[in-house]
Write a protein that binds this ligand. Structure first.
Ligand SMILES: Cc1cc2nc3c(=O)[nH]c(=O)nc-3n(C[C@H](O)[C@H](O)[C@H](O)COP(=O)(O)O)c2cc1C
Length: 432
């Protein structure tokens, strides 16, 4: 039997592929499309659906919101938490992960929201822990600019410690529901935490009963060494982007080494690599789709504006037919590194065209792509893939291509599960 791997889906609560040939007349703001999509993924036995989020209308490209709003890039984006609750109610086995930024939520509110949704989901909720990466987002929360990465992660360390204390503020056995004495909860087992840190202060206890997972599943995507360290210490699953088999293997090896050094079992962390498969009924059809995508009239501008929004870099300032100069960002450094393919000698135009090859070009029939994924996983060593679509825009057609085309091909090869065993998201991740 080949070693199995995990699958998750990466999307956001956006207008989706609003101008696709088969798009519905109105964008999916009532959430129902995403619930149906999640149900299709659950039939395909995905580990989780991951709802990405950011908190701004970016003006990084050319200093205005024109490209952001014209191409519906990162905006409009609706709040993923109510959607996560809807998806949880409409599914029964697959995990539902939503993004919340440690910059934006007071820790008490986040712990309460996460516990509440974990109950609604019967123990299938996950929190994608992000620190935010854009000045425009920081400015929506009373700051003049984004704090430096070191400080954001120092805050995140303390934040996670605090919310874990809140999750534990109801001791085991606190809920007694004793009809004889008319007692719902034993107050001696529900105690303040009196947390006082460098950045946060919170009395506690949490005013929700303990959630099915105790604490939600933690997902993280650290790219920088500091971010990887945080992920290795905290996450149950890491979502990552890297170039090629070698880059992905190096990333996974690095976080596993860090996890072991922190006293964790590296197998308790499932590292999933972002991919953008392009599927067709024939090889030619798949490549024709890929060509249509990258040669589309607005693709280059949209790809540059999209990478600009998460790196706060205005890529319109660079010559499309030259190599990029060396760049760093206080935003998503990992995404920048993957996009820039430093040292490859490629022009900015080439980099933009390859933006959605995800460092692993997967184009072909379901069987061809399944074979390519098998080879990649073998080379990387584990643990699975985070499947997405360019600009995180989902459409029914793309979901069906994956859930009814690619996944069955993977299942025929024994590479992914055909049924769930675990009840909670953490259990599902640890099935293999
Ligand atoms: C697959 C993937 C998904 C991510 N999703 C989000 C997100 O939803 N919201 C967000 O603010 N950042 C998101 N990020 C950014 C990460 O949280 C992180 O900031 C980034 O990878 C850079 O790493 P660093 O913080 O260590 O520099 C994502 C990154 C990756 C690779």
């Amino acid at each position: 039997m080949p070693k199995r791997f995990h699958l998750a889906w990466f999307c956001n609560f956006s207008a989706g592929e609003w101008n696709h040939a088969y798009a519905p007349a109105t964008p999916p703001w009532d959430g129902k499309f995403y619930v149906e999509m999640a149900q299709a993924m659950e039939r395909a036995c995905f580990d989780y659906i991951m709802l990405e989020d950011t908190l701004m209308v970016s003006e990084a490209y050319r200093g205005t919101a024109e490209a952001t709003l014209k191409h519906a890039l990162q905006a409009p984006k609706h709040d993923p938490l109510p959607l996560a609750a809807m998806i949880a109610a409409g599914t029964s086995r697959m995990g539902v992960v939503a993004t919340m930024s440690t910059m934006a939520y007071p820790p008490f509110l986040l712990a309460r929201l996460a516990a509440t949704i974990d109950h609604i989901a019967g123990g299938r909720f996950g929190w994608n822990i992000v620190t935010s990466g854009e000045d425009a987002a920081a400015q929506n929360f009373g700051m003049d600019e984004l704090p430096p990465r070191e400080q954001r992660y120092a805050m995140a360390d303390e934040y996670v410690e605090l919310v874990c204390r809140l999750f534990d503020s109801w001791a085991p056995g606190a809920v007694v529901m004793d009809r004889a004495t008319g007692t719902f909860a034993d107050y001696t087992k529900v105690q303040p935490i009196n947390f006082e840190g460098r950045f946060f202060k919170c009395r506690g206890p949490l005013n929700t009963v303990p959630s099915p997972q105790g604490r939600p599943t933690f997902v993280q995507a650290g790219g920088s060494p500091r971010g990887r360290e945080f992920a290795a210490r905290t996450a149950d699953s890491i979502i990552a982007t890297a170039n090629g088999h070698g880059g992905m293997k190096a990333y996974r090896d690095d976080v596993r080494t860090r996890a072991a050094a922190a006293g964790r079992d590296p197998d308790d962390i499932k590292v999933l690599f972002l991919i953008y498969p392009v599927i067709g009924e024939t090889t030619e059809e798949a490549w024709a789709k890929h060509r249509r995508m990258v040669n589309g009239p607005a693709f280059i501008e949209a790809a540059l504006a999209a990478i600009g929004t998460v790196t706060d870099i205005d890529f319109s300032q660079f010559d499309l037919d030259q190599e990029l100069p060396p760049l760093t960002t206080n935003g998503e450094q990992g995404s920048l590194d993957k996009f820039a393919q430093w040292g490859s000698g490629k022009t900015l135009r080439q980099l933009a065209a390859e933006r959605y090859d995800g460092g692993l070009q997967l184009v072909g029939t379901p069987d061809e792509v399944a074979d390519q994924m098998a080879v990649a996983m073998e080379a990387i060593g584990g643990d699975g893939f985070l499947v997405s679509t360019p600009f995180q825009r989902s459409s029914r057609q793309r979901v069906v291509e994956i859930t009814e085309g690619l996944v069955p091909a993977l299942q025929r090869r024994g590479l992914v599960r055909t049924r769930y065993q675990g009840a909670t998201l953490r259990d599902v991740l640890r099935e293999f």
